[in-house]
Design a protein around this ligand. Structure first.
Ligand code: GBH
Length: 453
């Protein structure tokens, strides 16, 4: 017997992102994004693929909604392709009515089926023109003004949307886009929240927040205080880098100590915009690591906090089974611990888990019957959803959960080889969708945890 610990209005469902599923890069006036360009550079994408077709979702919204219905999902998190709506991206550039209409109709269609839309404004696919024009996200003046304008266009066009996410994983934009170069460019701002609150919130009664990624941590040697400290520092370098300014008005001390004046200082005006800018905390979470401190001084390009991440602990414990993603091994307890860490550090904010899921080792090479019988992924969700319920029992205010992903899709630099979907997408067979086992286990678990009244 499970205990009904989740709120009656708990939102559970699935997540995707525009470039990873839509395809149709040149249709109805869409402009190119930095990912269209990035994918053309030889060597950037493992299988030399791109999002040109992806799941063909631009032409299959009805099918995607039917999938959601079949799983019983209450909500769907998707992102907007900025260059569909404003092909050149800028505040003085023309709006593309067909692009806007596509998303308006999609929102209407979801609502007609009783599915709550949760919209990410920016999931990495910056209009290419803005990068060419002024360096994209690196140009604070220009980019912030253009992003603010884009956000306002959408707030205006989609008043029925009640859940807005400003940025997906700014850590990835910054580090993978500008530090390691694995992904196309990025950075962050919070002015969008002011616009929403001042011009739309009262009328539309929605909420807005940022989505941060963060992995669970354990000290490599729990008896070494330096590893214990390093584990905390890892969370500060990945999560508190963005969340401390929002909830506490400053960067974490450990980052200031290591990075000094390489961290920008906030002006009073910036603090005004940033502090308190989350109606909810959006959390993307997949895995955990053992953390081992380093004895040498931090390298100038270090972004982890002068430490190593490992899958095996000092005593030889493996954090979790291997998956198709080199960075991901399931560890549900790490999720529970991290939910509690975030809740304590930021005074128990409402949390929406905006992504959680796994790839499966070798999945792409299996025959379809085996792919559809994805017990490994089903077990992942059982473990993680139980961990979530456990965190709620310990006082965390968790209000929603979106599994990544509704369907297999373009997995960025890894191309199509790595699948994260609860739905199999047959890329060779005309993008046909087939529900996997995992699609059907999530609903019943949530419904058993959610209070009936
Ligand atoms: C999410 O990021 C994305 O939001 C989503 O679009 C994506 O499809 C999904 O995950 C599955 O990957 O060793 O430096 O390369 C997940 C968080 C953080 C996971 C960075 C990969 C790579 C670390 N990601 N991490 S690195």
């Amino acid at each position: 017997m499970t205990k009904a610990v989740l709120r009656k209005d708990f939102l559970w469902g699935f997540a995707t992102a525009s470039y990873q599923i839509e395809g149709a890069p040149e249709e109805d006036g869409r402009g190119p994004s930095i990912w269209d360009k990035f994918c053309k550079i030889p060597g950037k994408i493992a299988d030399a693929s791109s999002g040109d077709v992806a799941c063909d979702s631009y032409h299959r919204t009805a099918e995607d909604i039917a999938l959601l219905k079949e799983t019983g999902a209450r909500a769907y998190r998707f992102s907007i392709s900025w260059s569909r709506v404003i092909p050149l991206g800028g505040r003085n550039d023309p709006i593309n009515p067909k692009g806007l209409q596509f998303y308006q109709k999609f929102v209407d269609d979801l609502l007609a089926e009783g599915i709550e839309p949760m919209v990410t404004l920016f999931h990495w696919d910056l209009p290419e023109e803005l990068d060419a024009r002024y360096g994209g996200l690196l140009n604070k003046e220009e980019w912030v003004a253009d992003y603010a304008n884009y956000a306002r266009v959408l707030f205006k066009a989609l008043p029925k949307v009640k859940y807005w996410i400003t940025f997906n994983e700014p850590w990835c934009s910054s580090i993978l886009g500008y530090n390691t170069g694995l992904f196309a460019p990025g950075h962050t701002s919070d002015r969008t929240v002011k616009i929403y609150r001042e011009e739309f919130k009262a009328k539309d009664r929605g909420q807005i927040g940022i989505t941060l990624n963060g992995d669970g941590v354990y000290p490599w040697d729990p008896n070494d205080p330096l590893d214990v400290e390093a584990a905390e520092r890892k969370l500060e370098f990945s999560i508190a880098w963005f969340a401390d300014p929002i909830y506490h008005g400053h960067y974490p001390a450990s980052m200031v100590k290591q990075l000094g004046d390489r961290l920008p200082t906030f002006t009073p005006e910036e603090l005004d915009l940033v502090v308190g800018s989350n109606d909810f905390y959006g959390m993307n979470h997949y895995t955990a690591n053992y953390i081992k401190h380093k004895n040498t001084p931090a390298e100038p390009n270090d972004f982890l906090g002068n430490l190593e991440t490992r899958f095996i602990s000092k005593s030889g414990d493996n954090i979790g089974p291997e998956t198709q993603s080199f960075w991901l091994r399931p560890n549900p307890l790490g999720f529970k611990n991290l939910l509690i860490w975030i809740s304590k550090r930021y005074n128990y904010p409402p949390i929406y888990c905006t992504e959680n899921g796994t790839s499966v080792k070798g999945e792409n090479d299996l025959p379809i019957e085996k792919i559809l019988d994805d017990e490994f992924r089903a077990e992942y969700f059982r473990g993680y959803i139980n961990a979530l319920a456990g965190a709620v029992e310990e006082g965390c205010d968790i209000r929603g959960y979106m599994a990544w992903s509704l369907m297999d899709n373009f997995e960025w630099a890894e191309g199509y080889e790595t699948r994260f979907g609860v739905t199999f997408v047959d890329y060779e067979g005309g993008q046909k969708r087939h529900l996997k086992k995992s699609a059907k286990v999530i609903g019943p678990i949530f419904e058993s945890f959610i209070k009936q009244e």
